[in-house]
Design a binder for this molecule. Structure first.
Ligand code: AMP
Ligand code: ZN
Length: 462
């Protein structure tokens, strides 16, 4: 079955075709580790995880790389404003290295709780200074750089296709933009290497032929993606905020340095998690919720994952506690359904083939997870399908959903509870509702609840 993905480069859904047969190189822009990752960041990582799982479901072998920005990312996407790492270190009275290590571990833990599969390679910007400098030198040799005020800049006027991804109108922007950096020759030029002239209290500094300093933000992704995925690769992702600057600059410097076009075949971007209309969750504004807050309020972290699956990745997703309640309830319902499938065999004769086809049709239509969930609920309601088959198929689907449905096991029901269940069933058959209710209460006091389903009563732990 064909897999179609929306490519930001062409603004179209395209049939996916990898560079190497059956293998996919995937790069996702990762966290800037100066603070906890927020639920918005996690939405993007869940989107990338679903993409990766969908590729695997389609029998591709995926090599997934994710970077950790532990140096060089300023508060503004342009090259002005405070250094994010320094900001975190000052706030916490730690060294930038300690801050980076602490938040790197924190983000990995959160991703684990959301059942996001770890990338094949996590790569830190600070471990790849040599590769970044090598790329800057390549750009210098090819005439794409200039030095001004102690910094090395990428000269965007030398790269004819600058702004292709973002469909930037450079002329119009040039007139509208108020330039804050007098050293820039063109408004969109960006720094490849800062020297100490920019921030005197910058702790992270490396020697280079350009002077002691540190890399600009964008060069790390180009250098590391090239190192691990080669000079051109299949898919590059992040959220939509990365389109106009970070990814636009990654394309310019990579295509200029490597003389390849296109450097990346498919660019995919997830929409934001928003707190209210148009108000995106962000680290720098301080307005953010972490996964820990969700857990502390009593939610299963996978309920947040379920919540994200309910909206297509290219649509904004509005966060609310009411929506989290609905997601938690739906997830619980799904988990209880799994128990029901395990405990109540039925006589259904139909196969799950049409549901498998519809499920794959949904995920292969640019990761339409809301549609995929609808297919699952439809299958679960279908009385003509054998519960054993439903269970097997559901676990197959869960390879993409990642809701850990395989961890739900049959309850080991004590004999006392089993006997009470049978007595209640007997009472119900005789329409002795009073006795049936009394037994239900007794079961409740023992920590069990009973739900009467079309295929009979199902007992659950409360
Ligand atoms: P950062 O740690 O800020 O560098 O961001 C890490 C990833 O999260 C990047 O791919 C961002 O584009 C993405 N991101 C940032 N804010 C949001 C948001 N509110 N919703 C979804 N993704 C976001
Ligand atoms: Zn990046």
């Amino acid at each position: 079955m064909v897999l179609r993905l929306f490519n930001t480069l062409t603004r179209k859904k395209e049939t996916f075709s990898p560079i190497k047969k059956n293998e996919v190189g995937l790069y996702g822009c990762g966290p800037t580790v100066y603070h906890y990752a927020h639920l918005g960041n996690m939405r993007t990582y869940i989107f990338i995880d679903i993409l990766k799982r969908t590729l695997t479901f389609n029998s591709y072998k995926v090599k997934h790389i994710m970077n950790i920005t532990d140096v060089g990312h300023l508060v503004s996407d342009a090259d002005d404003g405070e250094d994010k790492m320094l900001k975190g270190a000052k706030r916490e009275k730690k060294t930038v290295w300690q801050v980076a290590e602490f938040y790197t571990e924190a983000v990995k833990k959160d991703m684990g709780k959301l059942n996001i599969i770890s990338p094949n390679i996590w790569c830190k910007a600070t471990d790849h200074i040599k590769e970044q400098l090598a790329m800057i030198e390549k750009l210098e040799k090819k005439g794409f750089t200039y030095t001004a005020g102690g910094n090395v800049y990428f000269n965007t006027s030398k790269f004819k296709e600058y702004g292709r991804l973002a469909k930037l109108n450079l002329k119009a922007e040039k007139q509208a933009r108020v330039e804050k950096d007098p050293n820039k020759k063109n408004p969109h030029d960006f720094v490849l290497w800062f020297t100490k002239s920019k921030f005197d209290d910058q702790e992270m500094k490396w020697d280079s032929k350009y002077g002691k300093g540190f890399p600009g933000w964008h060069i790390e992704c180009s250098a590391m993606a090239t190192k691990y995925l080669g000079e051109h690769f299949d898919i590059h992702c992040g959220a939509i905020d990365l389109i106009p600057t970070h990814h636009t600059n990654e394309i310019a410097q990579s295509e200029a340095a490597l003389s390849v076009s296109p450097w990346v075949h498919y660019w995919m971007h997830g929409e934001f998690l928003v707190l209210s209309e148009g108000n995106k969750m962000s680290k720098s504004s301080g307005e953010f919720l972490t996964l820990q807050v969700v857990i502390d309020k009593g939610y299963d972290p996978l309920a947040y994952r379920y919540f994200c699956l309910g909206t297509h990745y290219r649509k904004p997703l509005m966060f609310s506690w009411e929506a989290m309640d609905s997601a938690q309830n739906a997830l619980k319902k799904l988990q209880n359904k799994v128990l029901e499938l395990l405990e109540k065999p039925n006589e259904g004769k139909e196969s799950t083939e049409k549901y498998i086809e519809n499920f794959q049709g949904a995920i292969n239509d640019d990761l339409n997870m809301p549609q995929a969930l609808a297919v699952i609920w439809e299958m679960l309601k279908d009385e003509e399908v054998n519960n054993k088959n439903k269970y097997k198929t559901l676990l197959e689907f869960d390879r993409v959903l990642g809701l850990q449905l395989d961890t739900i096991k049959k309850l080991n029901i004590p004999d006392e509870v089993q006997i009470l269940m049978e007595k209640r069933e007997h009472a119900r058959l005789k329409k002795n509702w009073k006795e049936a209710d009394q037994i239900r209460e007794k079961l409740k006091s023992l920590g069990y609840s009973i739900e009467d389903t079309p295929s009979g009563p199902v007992v659950k732990k409360v």
